[in-house]
Every structure is written in structure tokens, then in C-alpha cells.
Design a protein around this ligand. Structure first.
Ligand code: ADP
Ligand code: MG
Length: 437
């Protein structure tokens, strides 16, 4: 049984065990318990495991073990991690630094799009062992001769499905071709489809296949709800109501476009919410500040697009709200995985109109699970859009009576000592404005 396994039984360096213990981890997650010994044994890995299952440590700990226990001189990275987005790459870099705190000789560098070249060039001119990169910027730096991949011992492709979705396949293959053929290659993906299998055939040698938790069977800790709306005005009223829920600690609201993310974030700010937008058109500095603000609780609502929100790991996110349904069914899984991190409970709410039925079906077919329809008193759709077998009229699953109009008076704040800045205008806000432009 994987849950019985302890970190000190995996064969990792004692300094790494100390670091994970310090991080507050008591036991390895299933993917860690399976992947770590396999990586230490030197085999290639093809891993499918749901978001939030602890994949970062599953590759970073054995990578650090290798670096800690045999030194090598030379230039360029010994471990190369490719990641689809800058945010995710930053999280991986932070994790590497956290776990390698006691390994003074191990340095991690990240090169991401949007980072000023002089800063990056300076980092690359010093010795380092681990390089975390987004594919596009790495290709740039390879072309300019600043990165030498000839001593890469381990290549990690994180969120490989997303890299393919984002059109990085050629970049990834070019990068892999610049590394030694004898390297160890680890491919991680939340989903496993034909494209991934094809990529793995190209890049992996006789891989060990690990399926820690199938994507479909997962997310049991996330309460998935569906609210039907008649039109945009109804959607906005319902969103305003949902955001007034005192049980909502932090939320990511997904929109279909960058423009909508900006417009909705500014409307919500106008209504008194501590809201911010996050999308790919923002400068890196602004994106970092926004994420840091979310992490520190300065923002309660993040309005984001799929690409920008990919891989965000902020424990305070209690709710994911699909203001627009995702275009690709896989993205639904990635979106809802932003909540319910590390075994917490989460709530994922999709707002859909009659026009979204086909897309809804596609999502439900993909997840193999039908999303429970909910209605809230005062916010019911005029006409039922499809049969609502499990509708919870006027009540929430928790059994607490719904308060019409979102009145929250008299209910204690979840965190009485520090209600956070977002309570300043909690009452009486009405969605008068058109949101989402
Ligand atoms: P994934 O890449 O699979 O989406 P992450 O590596 O980002 O997942 O990990 C998700 C969260 O779980 C992070 O906050 C991480 O710190 C935490 N975590 C990872 N491993 C453990 C563990 N063994 N015990 C407790 N929490 C863990
Ligand atoms: Mg990850």
C-alpha cells in the first residue's frame, strides 16, 4: 500500500528527507512513492497523474539526489526541466530551491520568456546544475550559444500534454535532440492521449509506465456543480452572488479570452471585490506580482485564461468558477485542479447556458462524470435547460439553507481574526454593470 511508504524508505539522501519533512510532508504521495525509486534506478518514466498529486517532488527529489551524490564539472545544466508556462516554471524553480536548501553545491536557474535578457545572461554565465525553462526562451538562448546542453543527464518534460497543446512540440524535440542520447528522460502529463504516446515513443527509451491516479477517477475531493443561466445578465448576477459567499476563501474565475479577463476583473474590482486579472498578454513582472498577491491573500478573486492559470498552486483557492466553459474538455480538468490542492476540499462551479450544452456533454464524456445541477433560490433559470435530477433547490449540499440575495449578515467569517480586505464592500453589491465585455 503506497500510503504506508515513508519518505525515508525511498532511497533518498538524508538531507532531502530533512527538506521534505521541513516542508511539512509526512508521507510521499502515490506518484512520488512510485516514481522516486524508479528514477533513482535510472529508468525512463512515462507518468500520468492528476494535477495536485505532487509531481514536482516526484522528479525533483530524485534529480537532486543524483546531483548531491555525484559531482561533475563542466558547463551547462545536468538536469533540464521543460515546463509550458512561466508560472509553472517559477513554481518548479521554487520547489527545487526549497528541497535543495541543504545541498549547498546545487544551483537552480530558470530562464523564462519575458525575463530581461541581461539578467538571464548573467545567471547563465555562472555555474549551475538545474535549468528550468519554457521551451521558446530556451531555444532562443541555445541559438545564441549561451546554453550548452551537452552534459544533460536528466531531461524532465513537465505537463507534457500542455506543451503539445501550446504548440511546443517542435521546440521540445529540438531541445531533446541537443541533449546526449544517453540521458534519462521523464515525461509527466495529467492526461495521456495519442499525441503524448507518440512523443514518448520519440523521446523515451523503454519507459516505466506509472499511472498514479487516473485523471478520470480523480478529483473526488472537488465538488463539481453546474448552474444554468438564461443570459449574460443572469450569469453576472449569479457570479456576484457566488462571490459574496463567505465560505469562498479565494477563487479563480475563468474566462474565454484575455479581453474578458481584463473586463471582468475591472468590473469586479468596481463592485468592491479584491480582484485581478491574469493572462498571457501581461508583462512577466505584472503576472508575478498578481500571483504573489494571490498567494499572500491580497486578492480574493483571480480572473484568468486557461494558459495563464495553468499549474497555479495556491492552497487558498477554495473555488474555481467557469464563467465561460473551456473550449477543450481537458482544460476543464486542469481548471478544476486549481482548487482542492494537496487533498483539501474544493468547489468547482460551471455557469452554462443552453448554448453550452454540446460543450458540457463533451466535458462530461471526457471526465466520465456528470456534473450535478444546482439552483439557488432567486437565481433559478427561467426555463429548465435540461433535466435536473439532483437539483438542490434552495439548499446547498451541506444542508445549510440558502439565503436569498446573498445576505451574509450574522454568519461568522471563516477566519475571524483576519477577514481579509475583500469584506470591505461585501454587502449590497449588485451586478448592475455588464461584465465580461
Ligand atoms: P502537480 O504537479 O501534480 O500538480 P505539485 O507538485 O504542484 O502537483 O504539488 C501540489 C501540492 O502538494 C503542492 O502544494 C506541494 O507542495 C504539495 N505536496 C507535494 N508533495 C506532498 C507530500 N508528499 N505531502 C504533502 N503535500 C505535498
Ligand atoms: Mg505540476
Amino acid at each position: 500500500m503506497t500510503q504506508e511508504i515513508r519518505f525515508d524508505q525511498l532511497g533518498l539522501d538524508a538531507r532531502l528527507i530533512a527538506a521534505v519533512t521541513e516542508s511539512g510532508y509526512t508521507h510521499p504521495t502515490p506518484v512520488q512513492a512510485q516514481a522516486i525509486p524508479a528514477v533513482l534506478a535510472g529508468t525512463d518514466l512515462l507518468v500520468s497523474s492528476r494535477t495536485g498529486s505532487g509531481k514536482t517532488a516526484a522528479f525533483m527529489l530524485p534529480a537532486l539526489h543524483r546531483l548531491a551524490n555525484n559531482t561533475a564539472s563542466g558547463r551547462g545544466p545536468r538536469v533540464l526541466v521543460l515546463s509550458p508556462t512561466r508560472e509553472l516554471a517559477t513554481q518548479i524553480t521554487d520547489a527545487a530551491r526549497k528541497y535543495s536548501g541543504q545541498l549547498k553545491q546545487v544551483r537552480t536557474v530558470s530562464i523564462l520568456g519575458g525575463m530581461p535578457y541581461p539578467v538571464q545572461n548573467r545567471m547563465l554565465s555562472k555555474p549551475y546544475e538545474i535549468l528550468v525553462a519554457t521551451p521558446g526562451r530556451l531555444i532562443d538562448q541555445m541559438s545564441s550559444g549561451r546554453v550548452d546542453l551537452s552534459r544533460v543527464e536528466m531531461l524532465v518534460l513537465d505537463e507534457a500534454d500542455r506543451m503539445l497543446d501550446m504548440g511546443f512540440i517542435e521546440d521540445v524535440e529540438r531541445i531533446a535532440a541537443a541533449t546526449p542520447a544517453g540521458r534519462q528522460t521523464l515525461l509527466f502529463s495529467a492526461t495521456m492521449d495519442k499525441e503524448i504516446i507518440r512523443l514518448s515513443r520519440d523521446l523515451l527509451r523503454d519507459p516505466t509506465r506509472i499511472e498514479a491516479t487516473s485523471q478520470k477517477a480523480s478529483h473526488e475531493n472537488i465538488d463539481q456543480r453546474l448552474h444554468y443561466v438564461d443570459n449574460l445578465a443572469h450569469k453576472n448576477r449569479l457570479l456576484a452572488h457566488l462571490l459574496r459567499d463567505i465560505e469562498l476563501n479565494q477563487a479563480i474565475v475563468f474566462t474565454a479570452t484575455k479581453r474578458d479577463a481584463d473586463a471582468l476583473a475591472s468590473d469586479l474590482t468596481g463592485q468592491g471585490h479584491a480582484a485581478a486579472a491574469l493572462h498571457g498578454d501581461m508583462h512577466q513582472g505584472a503576472r508575478n506580482r498578481t500571483l504573489e498577491g494571490l498567494r499572500r491573500g491580497r486578492f480574493r478573486v483571480l480572473v484568468a485564461t486557461d494558459v495563464a492559470a495553468r499549474g497555479i498552486d495556491v492552497p487558498g483557492i477554495s473555488h474555481v468558477i467557469n464563467y465561460d466553459l473551456p473550449k477543450m474538455a481537458e482544460d476543464y480538468v486542469h481548471r478544476i485542479g486549481r482548487t482542492g490542492r494537496a487533498g483539501n476540499k474544493g468547489i468547482a462551479i460551471s455557469l452554462a447556458s443552453g448554448r453550452d450544452l454540446v460543450q458540457l456533454q463533451r466535458i462530461e464524456r471526457f471526465t466520465g462524470k456528470s456534473i450535478t445541477v444546482h439552483t439557488i433560490e432567486g437565481f433559478e433559470p427561467k426555463a429548465p435547460i435540461r433535466p435536473q435530477p439532483q437539483a438542490s433547490k434552495g439548499r446547498r449540499p451541506g444542508g445549510r439553507p440558502q439565503q436569498p440575495g446573498g445576505r451574509t449578515e450574522g454568519r461568522p467569517a471563516r477566519n475571524g481574526n483576519n477577514p481579509g480586505p475583500w469584506f470591505k464592500n461585501e454587502r449590497g453589491t449588485q451586478a448592475r454593470k455588464r461584465m465580461g465585455g
